[in-house]
Write a protein that binds this ligand. Structure first.
Ligand SMILES: Cc1cc2nc3c(=O)[nH]c(=O)nc-3n(C[C@H](O)[C@H](O)[C@H](O)COP(=O)(O)OP(=O)(O)OC[C@H]3O[C@@H](n4cnc5c(N)ncnc54)[C@H](O)[C@@H]3O)c2cc1C
Length: 447
């Protein structure tokens, strides 16, 4: 097939957001009796799922302290639930299990979940929390836990399987996915800021609308669009902080314990909810009993048949390299610089053993292959979903995004001219207006 000279809707990035946008656009065009073929094109410099979407742990949850994030996640969970089999989605639920410093925040999340009709249960108190967890796993033994939020919806999905299913879905609808095409810049209309063509290493493609879902490469597209590397942020007291970097990178460390996935099942034999524990209990090594940390720590894990073991991660760490010097490529496990460390493996397996007796002494089962990758976060660590240069829709999810499969749908609706209320709290001008999202006591930059 010839390289296209034009696309009405040009989507950059064959990750979760790019393909979700293509899915919705194609369905809407089809339902309106319009042609899809030749009109919706997805470009990717590498391939389908070559970015963060191909290495995500796949957890889908609602547990966010920020009301706007919760509403958006509830919408995305609806999208996951619209085709669980087709999207390789495991609706096993999700548990936020916390020590005292997070009890009030999580209690508020629970109350607000009830208000939006998102089904969850909240258990408070050390004894009640322990009993609730032992009702699922008799070997539960995590310390200092005083609350459990059990979300009955959510769960996880099997990243690459989901991505290939999505690609199949959109191609059947008439979307063309072009891989091995690198976007190098944009051309604006004479006398207007609107983008009339996307420049690539294979030639220019003229277009009406552009959607960018570039995951960790958001920084580079921001530069291509001539958007500011540094921004001003209005503080709650009305003062402005100037010169804040728009982007920063964090390294996400994840790994797999190579036990039969069934090892992680609940006592009744079912697949358990995704477990997320944040606690200030001292963490001791499962290798030699030494103290790993007395500070707050957090992990998440699930039995995963796609990864072939118990898969999960811990709090990320900030990449200290100046933001414009961070090498994103080669990405993920191929990076010589950004892969999960031995310290992570020791901490994570010890934390699993802290939570459940069945994982004691299993360090030798840790899978030593490189895993993890970097995420590109915004100045306040929450997404920017906005339109720039009149016709360019940017999905910069600040690494929250696998679970946010619905954002592509909402962006497609915006590209068709329908402004979406759920995306309003994520506009770029929130920084200068000081309309920031509330911050929780979680140790993660994404809760
Ligand atoms: C280790 C890890 C675990 C994670 N776990 C979870 C999780 O459990 N749950 C969750 O909700 N989120 C998770 N995330 C975050 C989530 O993976 C990302 O937020 C999401 O996948 C981003 O999707 P995307 O479509 O924006 O970008 P990506 O999936 O990164 O896709 C961007 C695409 O753009 C392409 N591209 C880049 N530059 C160019 C160019 N110049 N020209 C053409 N194409 C280009 C890339 O090749 C890539 O395929 C995790 C992230 C990491 C790193």
């Amino acid at each position: 097939m010839a390289f296209p000279a034009h696309a009405d809707f040009l989507i950059i990035g064959a990750g979760i957001h790019g393909l979700s946008t293509a899915w919705r656009l194609a369905e809407r065009l089809r339902d309106a009796g319009q042609e899809v073929e030749g009109r919706v094109v997805v470009l990717d410099k590498s391939g389908i799922a070559a970015g963060a979407s191909g290495i995500a742990c796949g957890v889908v949850r609602n547990n966010y302290f920020q009301p706007a994030m919760r509403k958006l996640m509830a919408h995305s969970v609806d999208v996951w639930e619209s085709d669980p089999k087709g999207l390789s989605y495991q609706p096993v639920g999700y548990m936020q299990i916390s020590s005292e410093s997070m009890r009030d925040d999580v209690g508020q999340i629970y109350a607000q979940q009830q208000a939006i009709g998102y089904e969850s249960v909240f258990i408070e108190g050390a004894e009640a929390s322990d009993a609730y967890m032992k009702g699922i796993f008799a070997d539960w033994q995590a310390q200092h836990i005083t609350s459990v939020l059990h979300e009955k919806r959510g769960g996880y999905s099997n990243q690459t399987k989901t991505m290939y299913a999505l690609a199949d879905k959109v191609e059947k609808l008439g979307v063309r996915i072009l891989t091995g095409v690198t976007v190098t810049g944009f051309t604006a209309e004479n006398g207007s800021s609107a983008i009339s063509a996307v420049e690539t290493d294979k030639g220019a493609i003229t277009c009406e609308k552009v959607v960018i879902g570039a995951g960790p490469w958001a920084r580079d597209f921001w530069d291509m669009l001539d958007l500011p590397r540094q921004i001003s942020i209005k503080q709650p007291d009305g003062t402005m902080v100037e010169g804040v970097d728009m982007w920063r990178f964090w390294q996400l460390e994840e790994g797999v314990l190579q036990l039969p996935p069934e090892t992680g099942n609940a006592d009744d034999g079912s697949m358990p909810p995704v477990i997320h524990v944040d606690t200030d209990a001292p963490l001791m090594s499962t290798v030699d009993g030494s103290l790993i940390t007395e500070d707050m720590w957090g992990i998440y894990y699930k039995p995963d048949w796609h990864f072939g073991g118990i898969q999960g991660g811990a709090s990320p760490y900030k990449v200290e390299t100046p933001v414009n010097e961070v090498q994103i490529d080669p990405y993920g496990p191929s990076s010589p610089e950004f892969v999960a460390s031995d310290e992570f493996a020791h901490m994570w397996v010890s934390a699993l053993a802290h939570c459940q007796k069945r994982y004691e002494g299993t360090m030798h089962k840790y899978h030593r292959e490189a895993s993890g990758g970097i995420g590109c976060f915004t100045a306040d660590s929450f997404p920017v979903f906005d339109r720039f240069c009149e016709n360019v829709h940017v999905i910069a999810d600040s690494n929250h995004g696998w679970k946010m499969i619905g954002v592509g749908h909402l962006t497609a609706d915006e590209a068709l001219g329908e402004s979406q209320e759920l995306l309003e709290p994520f506009r770029f001008d929130r920084f200068e207006k000081g309309e920031l999202h509330p911050v929780s006591n979680s140790p993660y930059p994404w809760s």
